[in-house]
Design a protein. Structure first.
Length: 174
């Protein structure tokens, strides 16, 4: 029985808030606000400080912290990354122009801490989703990093990702 802190990061609109809301056992503490600036039109609300959710996977408890997207809230990143055990980089697989940003997030979060991470290709239920090798290439994930598909609105799919995360964490503990 362990408690792990997992950061869920990824470009704007990649599904971070959905991912946490779908799997959390508690009402998600969310800091979504109406969009006032650059991304208006894509969706009505965006996360400004963080999302927080909690879920049990078998014996273990995961604390999930979703990062904000817009540039002016990036100061939150290293606060959220403190003492994280691992992180997930979520990518909207239908939004190829966002892949380089995901590559930067991998670099950024790896630099905060040497924590294990997964690259997760989200929205694979949608037409036009890139395949896993395109996502790997686009995000410059190295060959030892797991890239896996996900539909963040489906609980079983999110749990698959978290099971994989726990496997990584247990491996890192050894
Ligand atoms: N079809 C589909 N839509 C998704 C999926 N994940 C998220 N979405 C939708 O994508 C939009 C952005 O999700 P959100 O969680 O707000 O993204 P965030 O900016 O990363 O927090 C919302 O309208 C979600 O309902 C998915 O796996 N499939
Ligand atoms: Mg969000």
């Amino acid at each position: 029985m362990s408690v792990y802190k997992i950061v869920i990061t990824g470009p704007f609109n990649s599904g971070k808030t959905a991912f946490i809301k779908t799997v959390s056992d508690i009402p998600v503490v969310s800091t979504e606000k109406k969009i006032t600036t650059e991304d208006r039109g894509i969706k009505a609300e965006t996360t400004i400080a963080m999302d927080f959710g909690r879920t049990m996977v078998d014996e273990d408890t995961l604390h999930l912290f979703g990062t904000p997207g817009q540039a002016r809230f990036h100061f939150m990143w290293d606060i959220l990354a403190r003492e994280m055990d691992g992180f997930v980089v979520l990518i909207d697989s239908t939004d190829e122009p966002s892949f380089p940003e995901a590559a930067e997030l991998i670099e950024q979060f790896s630099s905060f801490q040497n924590a294990p991470y997964l690259v997760v290709s989200n929205k694979t239920d949608l037409e036009g989703a890139a395949n896993l090798s395109e996502v790997r290439r686009g995000t410059r994930a190295s060959s030892e990093v797991t890239v896996m598909p996900c539909v963040a609105t489906q609980k079983s799919s999110v749990r698959q990702v978290l099971l994989q995360m726990i496997e990584l964490l247990k491996k890192a503990e050894k």
